[in-house]
Design a protein around this ligand. Structure first.
Ligand SMILES: Cc1cc2nc3c(=O)[nH]c(=O)nc-3n(C[C@H](O)[C@H](O)[C@H](O)COP(=O)(O)O)c2cc1C
Length: 216
């Protein structure tokens, strides 16, 4: 299942100096979503994008406490490893969310992190502030969602893709592409899925070159 919106023409875009944050959400390192994310990041680095992968499973962060502490400032009052990751995301032009389907939803590492983005919901909708002040950066921000599921159940990506769309929206990042592969279960199976690696590489190159565009 692939959805991608118009990433624009690839002309005359200076790709160097762009930052990319890739969120590897699966606890399984070198697993299917990690493999796809690494392919994307390699493509971006080859195009001079400064791309980093962050493994959420290596970090210590708590779920949102619903304390509403962020309502006053637009920032989370919980100080843990999630904070510096959000700071990096705020500075990045390109954000990739790579998360597998666990129990018909996003894996817990991803969902816990996304719930911590509630601070940006508060910034936007309670305080009326943009997530990113810099207009040029705000308009340039774009991203991709990558997922894998072990089964071929109809609708297996419906919930996860919806949460991913919410995450990109709340972070004020244009979700330019969604790449979901079903029937991919064992570690590394994605490597045998015809076309998947090339698809990710091709789209990543377009993403790197995508000109600024107003995000919704
Ligand atoms: C705890 C757990 C729950 C899972 N739940 C589902 C599920 O509900 N539906 C499904 O299709 N696959 C499910 N899977 C399979 C994974 O989506 C599949 O193995 C995927 O390729 C994992 O990606 P990764 O290698 O990047 O971790 C589950 C796997 C685990 C470990």
């Amino acid at each position: 299942m692939i959805y991608s919106d118009e990433v624009g023409n690839m002309e005359a875009m200076n790709m160097s100096g762009q930052l990319c944050v890739g969120l590897a959400c699966s606890p399984r390192k070198d697993g299917n979503t990690d493999i796809l994310l690494k392919r994307s990041v390699k493509t971006l680095r080859d195009l001079d994008v400064d791309a980093e992968i962050i493994y959420l499973a290596d970090l210590k962060y708590s779920p949102c406490r619903a304390c509403e502490g962020c309502h006053a400032t637009g920032r989370c009052i919980v100080k843990d490893d999630a904070g510096p990751v959000f700071e990096k995301i705020l500075r990045a032009e390109i954000i990739i969310l790579a998360a597998p389907v666990f129990s018909m939803g996003l894996c817990a590492q991803a969902k816990m992190f996304i719930d911590r983005a509630q601070q940006f919901w508060a910034a936007r909708y309670i305080l009326g502030r943009p997530v990113v002040e810099d207009v040029r950066l705000r308009q340039a921000r774009r991203g991709m969602f990558i997922s894998c599921a072990g089964t071929d159940l109809p609708g297996v990506f419906d919930g996860p893709a919806r949460v991913a769309r919410y995450f990109f929206k709340i972070m004020d990042i244009r979700l330019a592409g969604t790449f979901c592969y079903s029937g991919v279960d064992k570690k590394g199976t994605i490597l045998t899925r015809a076309g998947a690696m090339d698809e990710i590489a091709d789209f990543s190159a377009k993403l790197a070159a995508s000109p600024s565009q107003k995000s919704s």
